[in-house]
Write a protein that binds this ligand. Structure first.
Ligand SMILES: Nc1ncnc2c1ncn2[C@@H]1O[C@H](COP(=O)(O)OP(=O)(O)OP(=O)(O)O)[C@@H](O)[C@H]1O
Ligand SMILES: [Mg+2]
Length: 656
């Protein structure tokens, strides 16, 4: 700024002493400062570097190696200092050569002060403009380099003429490749008529047959093929820099036309979007499946119970006995199906304990060997420390079994099945790449096979209930949906890696617990002595047919039974009963009071009473955590009369 307030500083390059003196005198007289004087091309360059003049007046013909045109060329290129040539009139060949370095003006000898003055003023003005332009260019370039989005400039031939550093990264291109020339269509890998910047519908085509471009086209979303073969998804906003002013429609064949493109990488967003969509879909199917399963549960319970009761009271040769048995077995099958659907719908009540996954796998090893047969090699690598999670052990066994059976089915000609445990910390970046994952420490269980593998389309569907590629006799398509539901209910996560012909890897992550914990061995349910018929049971259940049915089972076995259709009724009955109340058998979720609350109230009158909770349906209150308080006894509906009686007897005997 201060420099522009000062007198402009001029350098004079002239080898004839008299002419130089004359020129310097005129310049000084006109109010310019002459800051340097040189009499050869070499000296001129040196002086220009040292004194940084605002403008150079240069004689074209100089003594020595270098003439004025060469010297001016270097001064302009190296220091961006503008040059005005001094030349004798009429040497057209010299003038033509001088043009190549884009001089700021010519002074034809001889000249008067007026001519000198106007040539200098025009030269200085042009120099100031050029400086401004350079600054502005620098500013916009710096801005483009700062942008996280990729900026490209494309010429009329689809060649990329400019890229900012984000664009280099995005397209995976090196500087050398850029300098060799890049056609933007290489990244698009689509036909020219699909080129998103080209207006396909334009009827008007120019003489080269190139399609017309239109300004103001909205952003386009497409996939880019990077140089290394991988691909990214981008949104491209584009603008056409017109060849002439005020042109809305531009011709692609026109050389000065440039297209500016701004690329935003949305690969990660797309991925998350897809995952969110997948998990929302699973959530919806889960809710549907779980809901249906719940209603079926109560119906099945009644069918199972009555057929079991009737069979028990019937001679085996009774004409209806066979029919009843068929009803019973069919409902048993339905019960298993419903159970799987409930697991997928996360409607199972979990019996949560500290579980060492390593131990579960070790206990399972023998059974696994039998399941997979001899053609498949089993490799087990367990982490050294116990792999402790909070889980329902039978559910974990279920997960392993389902995965192993799938692996076996994928290796009909043999192969290797690997089961592995380890710890991993799922950090923020892992979590942010997946919806629904909370960062933290996890126990990882890997089940890998060397079988057929799966293509992308299959992988997308495997967790959906009833998706199967197996024949009807072999698969129902509920295996992995059960796995999915159970893992989600344990706040875990499952990942699949697979390619056709390359086997599959299933990775399960369950929240890990590093505190010292004691692992509770699962109890054996063998009662020491039979209490059948000598105990009192209060049954609370809001579904009348389920209540009737349950009481009937107990009464038949000789138990003394009180029934209650709701919580208040149950509390009243317990309060009025003065004898020993051995057991409370209650539904978990009822209108009004929940099962555990009923139990608490009853304990006020009967501290001796034990409780057995039953549930098929669990409202969200329970399923959100999926847990009844630890240590409480629970039986999952529907249950068979046998299972119920065994459980009740075990509890009553234990309490004595
Ligand atoms: N390890 C694996 N290798 C290859 N494909 C697999 C593997 N595991 C699952 N799949 C594919 O996923 C589908 C769904 O599996 P899922 O366990 O849910 O059902 P299923 O095995 O077909 O039947 P079900 O488990 O109910 O008997 C399978 O049919 C199969 O196509
Ligand atoms: Mg399966």
């Amino acid at each position: 700024m201060s420099k522009s307030m000062e007198k402009p500083c001029i350098m004079v390059v002239e080898d004839e002493f008299i002419v130089a003196q004359d020129l310097i005198a005129s310049l000084t007289h006109m109010g310019y400062a002459v800051c340097a004087h040189a009499d050869s091309g070499e000296k001129a360059i040196q002086q220009a570097e040292e004194n940084q003049p605002d403008l150079v007046i240069m004689d074209i013909v100089l003594k020595g190696e270098m003439d004025g045109i060469q010297a001016a060329g270097q001064i302009h290129e190296r220091f961006q200092i503008p040059v005005i040539f001094l030349t004798a009139f009429g040497n057209q060949a010299l003038l033509d050569r001088a043009k190549s370095i884009e001089p700021f003006g010519y002074l034809i000898k001889p000249f008067n002060e007026g001519e000198l003055h106007s040539a200098l003023e025009i030269g200085l003005y042009k120099a100031a403009m050029e400086k401004k332009l350079r600054l502005s260019e620098k500013r916009f370039k710096a801005m483009a380099e700062l942008l996280p989005t990729g900026i490209l400039e494309i010429d009329h031939d689809f060649r990329i003429t400019y890229m900012n550093s984000s664009a280099f990264k995005m397209l995976g291109v090196s500087q050398v490749q850029f300098e060799e020339g890049i056609d933007v269509r290489d990244f698009l890998q689509i036909e020219e008529h699909e080129f998103p910047l080209v207006d396909e519908h334009a009827e008007d085509r120019d003489e080269y047959g190139a399609p017309l471009l239109r300004l103001g086209k909205g952003p386009a979303e497409f996939r880019l093929q990077r140089k290394d073969g991988s691909s990214i998804e981008v949104i491209a906003d584009s603008a056409v820099m017109p060849a002439g002013e005020n042109k809305a429609v531009l011709r692609l064949g026109e050389e000065s036309t440039r297209i500016l493109v701004n690329l935003t990488d949305i690969t990660q967003i797309k991925k998350l979007e897809f995952q969110l969509h997948q998990s929302q879909k699973m959530e919806a199917i889960g809710r549907l499946a779980g809901g249906i399963a719940h209603d079926f549960n109560n119906i099945l319970y009644v069918i199972l119970g009555y057929s079991e009761l009737m069979m028990g009271n019937m001679a085996k040769n009774h004409p209806h006995y066979e029919g009843l048995r068929e009803i019973f077995t069919a409902s048993e099958r339905a019960r298993l199906l419903v159970k799987q659907l409930m697991a997928f719908g996360r409607k199972q009540v979990l019996n949560i304990n500290w579980v060492d996954i390593n131990q579960v796998i070790r206990d399972f090893e023998k059974l696994l060997g039998r399941v997979i047969g001899e053609d498949i090699e089993l490799k087990i690598h367990l982490m050294q420390n116990p792999a402790v999670v909070k889980a329902d052990i039978t559910q974990i066994e279920q997960i392993l079994m389902n995965l192993v059976v799938n692996a076996r089915d994928a290796m009909p000609d043999g192969g290797t099945l690997t089961i592995q445990t380890g710890t991993v910390e799922l950090d923020g970046s892992f979590a942010s790449a997946r919806s629904e994952v909370t960062p933290g420490d996890y126990i990882m269980i890997v089940v890998a096979d060397t079988g057929t593998g799966m293509d992308k389309e299959t992988i997308e569907k495997i967790f959906e209930p009833f998706f199967t590629t197996k024949s009807k006799e072999v698969g129902t398509g509920l295996g992995l949906s059960t796995v999915y539901g159970i893992i989600k209910q344990h706040d875990g996560h499952i990942d699949v890696y697979s390619e056709p012909g390359r086997g599959s890897v299933f990775k399960i992550y369950l929240p890990s617990f590093t505190e010292d914990v004691c692992i509770v061995e699962s109890e054996s349910a063998v009662p020491s002595k039979s209490m059948e018929g000598s105990a009192t049971v209060l049954v609370v259940e809001d579904d009348p047919s389920v209540l009737r049915m349950t009481c009937k089972i107990l009464v038949e076995k000789g138990y003394r039974v009180f029934e209650a259709l709701n919580a208040d009724d149950a509390v009243r009955r317990a309060q009025n009963y003065k004898g020993k109340l051995h057991l409370l058998l209650t539904d978990v979720i009822m209108p009004g009071m929940k099962g555990p609350e009923v139990y608490q109230r009853i304990r006020e009158f009967h501290p001796e009473t034990r409780a057995l909770f039953m549930s098929g349906y669990t409202a969200d209150v329970i399923t959100r955590h999926g847990v009844l308080k630890e240590g409480l006894q629970f039986i999952q509906k529907p249950f068979s009369a046998k299972a119920l009686l065994a459980k009740i007897e075990h509890l009553i005997t234990e309490s004595l």
